[in-house]
Design a protein around this ligand. Structure first.
Ligand SMILES: C[S@@+](CC[C@H](N)C(=O)[O-])C[C@H]1O[C@@H](n2cnc3c(N)ncnc32)[C@H](O)[C@@H]1O
Length: 251
């Protein structure tokens, strides 16, 4: 896979996929967000009432709408123009969400120290330059501000990973390979689009965050709750290994 494939190509693919991607999002997001990511994000975030929050890479905007309903003043950015259009269409005027088009690696249109919280849900593995993105988030946060982000778990979701199955399709165990490869790879999403993902080791993520100046406060490797398992029993297999990791950092 050519290392020259970067953020622009990744976003072209997101833009083509935006309509399909948004179709399976309710006001709780998709199933993975409802079961794993939302409980983790909200437990780390606490009370957002009257806080200035940036949703960095907002997609179709479900998280921005939830945050706004919880009393936050939300700015939401995405680099896919179609995602931003869909998010605007889906967001009632009375919600306090300001959407704009922008690349999380830069966001020059936003002022230094203008947010209390930044949340970025499943975005950082989709962009080529995580160092620039982390520096941008650091710049945009007020002193002591909080940055919470989720990504595919880099120890388990690698450029070559997946279930080892029997001939009958029964799942035996989860295989992981190419962990130390760092760079771009393709992953199918839906039946049409091959998305670009950028793999980094856990060491790279954590060291980059530390070098940027962040203090690591907490991490969560989300598992389904009892209530969620009752609602969606097939997610029991997610006790075997985590798909996601969520970081909470302080400036
Ligand atoms: C997996 S989706 C997650 C969307 C949303 N955060 C959610 O949880 O529903 C990834 C989103 O990140 C956006 N994205 C990817 N790279 C970006 C970048 N460099 N700057 C801003 N948005 C980006 C994509 O357009 C897409 O909407």
């Amino acid at each position: 896979m050519s290392q020259s494939m970067g953020t622009e190509e990744a976003i072209k693919r997101w833009d083509n996929f935006a309509e399909n991607y948004s179709e399976n999002h309710t006001e709780q997001g998709d199933l993975h967000k409802e079961i794993f990511l939302n409980p983790a994000l909200f437990s780390l975030m606490g009370n957002v009432k009257n806080k200035k929050v940036l949703d960095a890479g907002c997609g179709e905007g479900y998280l921005s709408r939830i945050l706004s309903k919880r009393g936050a003043a939300v700015t939401a950015v995405d680099y896919s123009p179609t995602m931003i259009e869909i998010a605007k269409e889906r967001t009632p005027k009375e919600l306090n969400v300001h959407y704009s088009h922008g690349n999380c690696e830069d966001l020059h249109q936003l002022e230094d120290k203008s947010f209390d919280f930044i949340v970025s849900n499943m975005v950082i593995q989709d962009l080529a330059d995580h160092e620039k993105a982390f520096r941008t988030m650091y710049r945009l946060l007020a002193d002591k501000g909080i940055f919470i982000f989720s990504i595919l778990h880099p120890c388990f979701v690698t450029p070559e990973s997946g279930w080892e199955r029997t001939e009958n399709g029964e799942k035996l165990h989860w295989n992981v390979d190419k962990y130390f490869y760092e760079g771009v790879y393709e992953q199918p999403l839906g039946d049409k689009e091959n998305m670009l993902l950028f793999h980094r080791t856990l060491t790279t993520y954590i060291n980059t965050l530390i070098h940027t100046g962040f203090v690591l406060e907490s991490i969560i490797e989300p598992q389904p709750s009892k209530d969620m398992l009752k609602k969606y029993p097939s997610f029991g297999e997610d006790f075997r290994c985590p798909d996601f990791i969520v970081f909470k950092l302080r400036k």
